[in-house]
Design a protein around this ligand. Sequence first.
Ligand SMILES: [Zn+2]
Length: 350
Amino acid sequence: MVRPLLRAARYVPTSLHDGVHVAAADEDAFTEIVTALERIEPLASTPGSATDIELVAPFPEDLSWAFGVVVGSDVSLVFGESTGAALAASLTAAERGSGPDCLVLVSDGPPVRPPDPSTGGGSAGPAGAAAFLFREGVGQSLEGQLESVRAEPSALSAAFELGRRLAPSEPGIWCGEWVTDEAQGPSLDPAASVQFREVDPNRVSEGAYVPADRYRESLPSRWRFVAEKCSECGALTFPARGTCRNCGRRERLLPEPLPVNGLEVVATTVIGSGGQPTEFDPQVQALGAYEVVLAQVAPGVRVTLQVADAEPGSIRIGDRVDTRLRRLYPLEGEWRYGRKAVPSVRRTTA
Ligand SMILES: [Zn+2]
């Protein structure tokens, strides 16, 4: 049984330091992987089936559940080291394995925890992440293509090199920009970045306190923009809360994914120092003022989003924004994540 490569996507942060792409202050290995993964279209797995994940990145095992939320199914994770040899082994295992789906996810981004002073302003290798989806059926075989991958010290460099080599021949499989560089975003102050990354995640928030269990329950809404559609009156409720906001019905509410990219901005404001909710204190102390936009996700559904990867005040009403999963603030020993708006990129689709 062979499970060929169906899709691959990469993500390179737009933030720059000394002309080199580096992770933004609110990015880490998890957010970078999710962004790469979300560029794979279509990602949806067979409903009800589990997804095998080979994770070639630094990641705490007790946060495995977070990938289940991202993928929208049960996941079974295998952890590998961030080397080319480990990546080659994972790609081979994915291709030769059984079961409907296997994802190989690669990043050398800043660690999810604990804060590590040595990795603040971006690492020495390339920044970003890569995601590979293997599925039973038709796709590209990587047989005989992994010699140079094995020889690379860095898994991410190896992944990017593999894409540069194979993407031109199979543009339908290798989604997005594997050969050329990504768009250039704002330049990053590495000191501010480090200051934000090193915030103690055990600090106590005095702001809008959302207990961990309630936070996790709402993650499909927060992380993937999944609303509930009422099969009685057709109204969309977002964030989902188990009750139709129009008719109050609690039964037959069906999950309805809303778009996460190309949202129209209907209002915008810049939050200066002192105007922020207290859970955002560490961010404002490190990075200064930030912009918040109100964006239309679906008819009658609007969301408030912090802006990332842009100078505060640069987004205008009527602009389109894409959204990305990013770090929001630390609470109870871990980072809370949510979607933020970034300037819309018109990507060339294969
Ligand atoms: Zn209803």
